[in-house]
Design a protein around this ligand. Sequence first.
Ligand code: NAP
Length: 261
Amino acid sequence: MDLGLTGKWALVCAASKGLGKGCAQALVNEGVNVVITARGDEALQATAAELRALQRGEVRAVSGDITTPQGRASALAACPRVDILVNNAGGPPPGDFRAWDRDTWIKALDANMLTPIELIKATVDAMAERGFGRVVNITSGAVKAPIDILGLSNGARTGLTGFVAGLARQSRLASANVTINNLLPGPFDTDRLRNTMLGAAKASGQPVEQLLEQRRKLNPTQRYGNAAEFGAVCAFLCSVHAGYMTGQNILLDGGAFPGTF
Ligand code: NAP
């Protein structure tokens, strides 16, 4: 299927590794020009080189912290126009809410709620003027089925989800072919998953490989998701074929969520 995206420009945030990289790869494979960001320049440049080797579109790499005004300004400045915005940033740390003070909460809200909102604010009206725009927010399966130790993530991402639910339905955007959707990852084999499991291993005294194996077996597919299949769904949501789909929360979890809907 031709996704109709050749020559579009995408800003893919937090994309040197993991799910963001999977989205950037899938978009570049569709002929999209991308601006990718991350804080660590080494991994970012390596990923940019991999994407350039696909020889499908222009690839620009901007190092910086996307949760800061400066990081967002640099990323936006590098993108001639943003037809596609993939919002992503690292997830907040696990813990007990009794240990979190106001600053901890503000940091989580900044990263996983206010940063995507700021980037949406900076881009969607111009998308509407051009008659095409796609925003995909990488959130978490925790929005649908909260994970107790990830309270910061549950809270911040649910705030974003509620905001997006209202914004996506504004006629000014929806009637101008601008869609805003959320992709909710379940367990994907990335650094983030391994680091979270390392924390759990330390806390429980069990070997990390044993915990990873237990978690894998809990999933109906008996495996973890991979970044390429996450990216493929992102690319479809960004495609010309997905213009009638907005304000949705798409769970990619191998069937782990046990509900009918
Ligand atoms: P990952 O493999 O650790 O990759 C995270 C990427 O984001 C890296 O490229 C990292 O590079 C970049 N990044 C992190 N913070 C950033 C910041 N402030 N500014 C710019 N770039 C930043 O993580 P992932 O598994 O792909 O996770 C992506 C998102 O999905 C996270 O929010 C995570 O919580 C969520 N999620 C993941 C899973 C899962 O199973 N993997 C499940 C549910 C939710 P630098 O560190 O160099 O900046």
